[in-house]
Design a protein around this ligand. Structure first.
Ligand SMILES: Cc1cc2nc3c(=O)[nH]c(=O)nc-3n(C[C@H](O)[C@H](O)[C@H](O)COP(=O)(O)OP(=O)(O)OC[C@H]3O[C@@H](n4cnc5c(N)ncnc54)[C@H](O)[C@@H]3O)c2cc1C
Length: 375
């Protein structure tokens, strides 16, 4: 229980931080965001150290639905309404470009199959039409869809991936460039010029916190704006009785599933059915949500294959749906709170914060600032 279906590949554990090391910058969190930050820092020639409380991908980055989606967590037409069509389109464009970049870099991990947003009822179908119209008006690829899975829209430039394999591949490449990465090194204190773990210290000029779920625990000054929730999933044995060529999100994205290359199903959702209980830093699956997922699996998806995995992980939300990307204290940067959709946005934020910490401009950070100003 609580093992993701993605954990099917070999991983040689990294050392734990013991004693004192020195660095220009210490990155806390070895998920997709922290690793992207480390990639950028390495490219900038900075001497960086990365720490994780658990293993690489131990958080949401290695335990998620594997959807590779353009845009922010809110649908494109809602983003247009909130932040203006130009800013929304610029955000969408950058996320679509980041998707292409990741797919080019990791063709064995990411497949650009497109994604389906399917409507749960007539009202949602009407919303799908607004979503489609906004995307087309901005010149983005999107098509109406009606097929065996249901009715809605097809986003041909999206895709799916094996999320844990992605972050392990990122970490492996960083190690080949001699980046110092430490696992099982929970940070206990962030002080000026130093990060303290259970068994060691990083003496550093700057700190970059790249933690999605529980971000507000590590940086309590973000607590008024950031709230942690649990998301839950299950997966099955190969299910040849069903055919989902693309990842699907349904009922405004509350439920989401993909059929993996071995035909097994990874399905998540139903957070809103226990909304108060799921606003929690706890990351253990519960019988209630798992029961709803299994019922949906059998009755809606018509999957007969047995359930093999059940798991949960933490993510953080903001009220306006914009991620955190800022200097929260002198020389302490924070990225996170992707409101449930952080595979692409997290990488953009991690890289942007790394650039800002190096005194470089970031088009992504400027866009988010523009959106924040408009929202
Ligand atoms: C079930 C589920 C399904 C999801 N589905 C999708 C999806 O399909 N598509 C999508 O785009 N997004 C999805 N998301 C969201 C996405 O997974 C996250 O937004 C993204 O992975 C966040 O990456 P990250 O690197 O910022 O954070 P994380 O992956 O959470 O990484 C943070 C790391 O920081 C470490 N850490 C925390 N505290 C400390 C500390 N004190 N000291 C040291 N290290 C610490 C953690 O161990 C962790 O490894 C989903 C999330 C969940 C939980």
């Amino acid at each position: 229980m609580n093992t993701p279906v993605w954990d099917d590949c070999d991983w040689k554990p990294l050392p734990r931080l013991e004693g004192t090391v020195r660095a220009d910058i210490c990155v806390i969190g070895l998920g997709g965001s922290g690793l992207a930050a480390l990639e950028e820092l390495t490219a900038q020639g900075a001497n960086a150290v990365g720490l994780d409380a658990g293993a690489v991908g131990a958080g949401a980055a290695g335990r998620n639905g594997g959807f590779v989606l353009a845009g922010l967590a809110k649908f494109f037409h809602e983003t247009c309404e909130r932040f203006g069509p130009e800013t929304a389109a610029a955000i969408y464009r950058q996320t679509a470009e980041e998707t292409q970049r990741q797919a080019r870099e990791m063709p064995d991990v990411i497949r650009l199959s497109g994604s389906l947003r399917l409507a749960a009822d007539a009202a949602e179908l009407a919303d799908c039409r607004l979503h489609l119209a906004a995307l087309r008006a901005a010149g983005f690829a999107a098509e109406p869809y009606a097929g065996p899975e249901g009715e809605g829209i097809l986003l041909p430039t999206d895709g799916a991936m094996q999320p844990l394999r992605r972050v392990r591949a990122m970490a492996q490449k960083l190690r080949e460039k001699r980046a110092l990465l430490y696992e099982h090194s929970p940070v206990r204190q962030i002080a000026t010029g130093a990060v303290m773990t259970e068994a060691g210290t990083v003496l550093c000029g700057q700190v970059l916190v790249a933690v999605d779920g529980r971000l507000e625990r590590l940086l309590p000054e973000l607590a008024p704006r950031v709230r942690t929730a649990r998301l839950q999933m299950l997966a099955t044995a190969p299910a040849p009785e069903v055919d989902f060529p693309r990842p699907v999100y349904w009922r405004y994205g509350y439920e989401y599933w993909q059929q993996r290359p071995d035909r097994s199903i990874a399905l998540g959702g139903f957070r809103d059915h226990a909304l108060e209980a799921e606003w929690t830093p706890d990351a253990e699956p519960t019988a209630f949500i798992q029961g709803l997922l299994e019922k949906f699996l059998r009755e809606h998806l018509r999957v007969k294959a047995p359930v093999t995995h059940r798991w949960a992980a933490s993510v953080a939300y903001t009220a306006d749906g914009l991620p955190v990307l800022e200097q929260v204290r002198d020389k302490v940067w924070a990225v996170g709170a992707y409101s449930g959709t952080g595979n692409i946005v997290g990488a953009l934020c991690g890289r942007a914060a790394a650039r800002l910490a190096c005194g470089q401009p970031s088009a992504w950070a400027e866009l988010l600032a523009r959106a924040r100003g408009a929202g």
